[in-house]
Design a protein around this ligand. Structure first.
Ligand SMILES: Cc1ncc(COP(=O)(O)O)c(C=O)c1O
Length: 427
């Protein structure tokens, strides 16, 4: 039997000779587009690339409006502001997500209510949403996490029944579809991130999508120091220069504009995305199937209602009882050594997360004692999130899905190698 790489044996993949696909992907097209922007001297402020990208992304997401901005955190903050959510309001958020999903709720002085997830998709549990609803609930932020899609049938039904807004956190779902509807087109607002690890990237950036013209106008103004949309912008052109705000044309806000350089890269990246998503889908489906044959390894569920799959990470659940009780951190380290790629846990549950610590900012968040207590993350019980994080989660970056079928076989081979030698590794 081949010795495990973590014990000094030969790894399954020699990444010097045979590297994994690289991320990000760029080519001559991006180089030319960047030089074009440079030479134009128009580097920001509702420039032609930004307007073009907004149009293309609206088309891509099947929404009427897409508005790009600085990142996928501000997208959610501005969505909450545009929906009028603030002091006294509660927003239901999954306990397993990047900290921004909850932190933005606090940044508009509302209260994030953390609820548990479903173990087979790691997305928000609709039953837990129903239980968390109070007269103060105003919105739900489902996150389409890693490779999965939140159950939008159930979520939209709950939202309708209780008259709640839905902001879809699509930071991991550019191009995914639920029953033919694009991610970001189902709720009131879709929120996208273009941070470097995401499968559409400009290093940083984000977009807000919506079908609601008034909301689009507000979102556009909020990302541009409160100025109403210009006549030649997507929204301005559509609506004409109309009135805005309660009694005037402006609203208080900050500068959350992106640059033309980012928009230029996003235009080119968007052209590549459908093909990249299709490759990741094909490889993800294949990997799902072959991993099912290894005891103790359960890939996240591929729901039939996901008519188009978009992967951020490839994630699966690990059951140490099938691996001779090998602790999950040892399993991840052994897999990392075999594959020569980072093997991560999922996000830390937000009720105990180093990066979600609202009580470190009393001068900003201590509006009063009751609000201060309400934003204490530790008051929420999230047993499924905690179990998945501590005992079960294994995540691989989407770039591994951009290779060949042989690459997928190799991942399964590496896991099987650890499975066969779990006892030695324990010793
Ligand atoms: C689920 C989720 N939501 C929101 C964000 C925030 O996006 P950004 O980093 O662009 O602010 C991220 C980024 O990692 C994310 O993973």
């Amino acid at each position: 039997m081949q010795k495990l790489a973590i014990q000094g044996g030969k790894p399954c993949r020699d990444t010097d000779a045979n590297p994994w696909p690289k991320w990000p992907v760029w080519g001559k097209e991006e180089e030319q587009a960047l030089i074009e922007v440079l030479n134009s001297g128009v580097w920001s402020y509702n420039g032609p690339k930004e307007i073009e990208f907004n149009k293309l992304f609206a088309e891509f997401t099947g929404t009427k409006y897409a508005i790009c901005t600085v990142n996928g955190t501000i997208t959610m903050q501005l969505a909450l502001e545009a929906l009028g959510i603030g002091v006294g309001d509660e927003v239901i958020v999954p306990g397993l997500t990047w900290q921004a999903t909850a932190a933005t709720v606090i940044d508009v002085n509302a209260t994030p209510i953390l609820v548990d997830i479903l173990e087979d998709t790691w997305c928000i549990d609709p039953t837990a949403i129903e239980k968390a609803i109070t007269p103060n609930t105003k919105a739900i932020i489902p996150v389409h996490l890693y490779g999965a899609f939140a159950d939008m049938d159930a979520i939209m039904e709950i939202a309708k029944k209780h008259n709640l807004f839905v902001i879809e956190d699509c930071a991991h779902k550019h191009g995914g579809e639920w029953k033919g509807m694009k991610a970001g087109s189902i709720g009131n607002v879709g929120s996208f991130s273009y941070q470097l690890s995401k499968h559409l990237t400009a290093g940083e950036g984000g977009s807000m999508t919506t079908n609601d013209a008034d909301l689009a106008e507000k979102l556009d103004a909020l990302r541009n120091v409160g100025r109403r949309p210009e006549g030649d912008s997507l929204i301005g052109a559509d609506k004409g220069i109309g009135d805005y705000g309660d009694d005037g044309n402006f609203i208080q806000s900050g500068n959350y504009r992106i640059t033309e350089f980012q928009a230029a890269i996003l235009i080119e990246g968007l052209k590549r995305l459908p093909q990249q998503n299709a490759t990741r889908d094909k490889n993800g489906a294949y990997l799902n199937e072959i991993l099912k044959e290894i005891p103790g390894v359960t890939p996240l569920k591929r729901d039939d209602r996901e008519t188009k799959k978009a992967y951020f990470n490839f994630a699966f659940r690990y059951d140490k009882s099938e691996f001779k009780e090998l602790p999950i951190d040892k399993f991840r380290a052994a897999l990392e050594a075999e594959l020569g790629i980072v093997v991560d846990a999922c996000y830390e549950p937000l009720n105990n997360c180093d990066l979600y610590v609202p009580h470190t900012k009393p001068s900003r968040h201590k509006l009063n004692e009751s609000y201060w207590n309400s934003i204490d993350p530790s008051r929420f019980s999230l047993p499924v999130c905690e179990r998945i994080f501590k005992e079960e989660s294994v995540c691989l970056h989407h770039k591994i899905l951009m290779g060949s079928q042989e690459d997928m076989d190799l991942i399964a081979t590496a896991i099987r190698k650890i499975f066969n030698q779990a006892e030695e590794l324990m010793a």
